[in-house]
Ligand binder design. Sequence first.
Ligand code: HEM
Length: 568
Amino acid sequence: MAWTTILSSIGIGLLSGLAYLANTVYQHRSKINQLRKQGIPMPKEWSWLTGHLLVLQKYVDKIPPDANVNLAMADLCKEYADTEVFLMDFWPVYPPLLMVYSPDTAVQISTKYNLPKTSMHLKMMKPVAGGPNLISMSGKEWKVWRSLFNPGFSAGSMMENVPHIVDYVNVFCERLREKVEGKEMFCLDDLTTRLTMDIIIKVTLDADLDYQRKENPLATALGYITRWHSFWDPRILMHPARPFIQKYNSHVMNTYIRKELDQRFTELREEKMTTEKSTPTGRGKSVITLALEAYIASNQDRDISTMTKLDSHFAQYATYQIRLFLFAGNDTTSSSIVYTYHMLSKHPSALATLRTEHDAIFGSNPSAASALLKQNPALLNQCPYTLAVIKETLRLFSPAATMRSGQPGIVVTDQLNNSYPMDHVGATIVHQAVHLNPRIWPRATEFLPERFLVSPDHPLYPNPAAYRPFEQGPRNCIGQTLVYNEMRIVLVLTARLFDIRPVYDEFDARNAAEESWVKRGLKSVGVLKEPLKTVNGERAYQTEKAGTHPADGYPCRVEMADWTGARA
Ligand code: HEM
């Protein structure tokens, strides 16, 4: 009797669970079905069970297994060239999203309505930041933290960082020289990631890690978190080891940052107690300093001598933001530096124009540029072609995108004036697609830095709404001035000294030679397939590794350049 009761209770529990699940699926999919009936453009292979998940998979299968999912999405976008907006039902993996690559619709989402972030943002960014952060926050909470950090990332503040960046780039040059001497093949991505890590840690924590020369627990922990992070790849997201690895490294990062916060707080407190000024002087506005100044300012009613330690809630939130800066400021910039070298190696005439510009601004001796930049950081602003090269690289290889939540009553329109109600759907602006939109960009796939230098009446002049590597509107990237400075300094100090070229053929041949005989045998009888190695003919495709690192870390060789330029 007791058994029958237990079994029937389990049965009823299971049935109720199934009924709840079926009802949730039905409720969700019927909303999409309704939009389908209203004629909202979307792939027709929609299913009540899987939505559009399998549709995207078809495109993912056409690119290498480690390629960035946005490259597959950009391919799918081409099928909606008339509207430049279509719906993808990714639920339950992601919310259903309008895929947008029309500049005008993008402006409505980012600027006109400034739609909030989705609940997925916190979920996706939590392993990286540890908790709520500038990327995931919305509304008032976001505004408070953003205004707190805006001055620290201002153009003026960033100019103050130029001398530090020059020092780190000089170490990067030394490392490149070692590679020249060693005549070895190496992964450029590793060197640039260490460089950008040194820079972002200096700007954020005011600390010198010298990570280009030696290991450091903070940088290593962030490296692990990044390697075990993905916005899409189920092989990483569902890996059973992932939560443990991330938890451990999260702890390492929190401990390190908390120690820095406490130490800097004690310094600021002592400084404040011994000076009359309310804000400390003599220290650059590093992110950590700004956060602490705000904390002290918000406690002005308290006697500073009684504030012996940081409020733990504040310290926790400040740690999340600092972790975000370290993540956001490292990988994206490092990949972008690699892609700039890649473009220059493919376009020798652009490289020559860039070098000529550097000769004109910094004189014919490349080694003199460091000292000149330190003396007068504003010289960076006299290099328009250098900036154009960077902008064009970021157009062709954008490392990010934006996702926003829907809102009841919001309706966006496409270029044909079709309406898209956003009551139940969010939106993603697909940067890789908007930047290659052939309706907007003449010769869209070509590397033409001059498009950023021509006057508005020139056919190449870009539509400002179509160029959005850092997004637009109030939620644009806080770090963009830092990125432009960093990348310009790297080019000024390296482009005339080194010739860097990719050596994927050599890398692939070496790997093939080292392949086990079992693998070779299985390939020869067709059991194992040779994996795809290019996307649209590009071997250095963007991968799923956070920050869209180039495939296989960009194997390359470097030689001293025989540029004589102005000296000739
Ligand atoms: C090439 C390098 C970079 C690119 C392409 C890039 C791109 C972007 C994009 C597209 C967004 C909007 C994301 C969204 O809407 O969800 C964003 C936001 C953000 N980025 Fe960057 N970023 C870069 C480097 C940096 C750096 C160096 C920092 C330094 C701290 C940084 C910090 C942030 C932060 C904090 C946000 C959130 C801003 C907010 O919502 O208020 N990024 N970035």
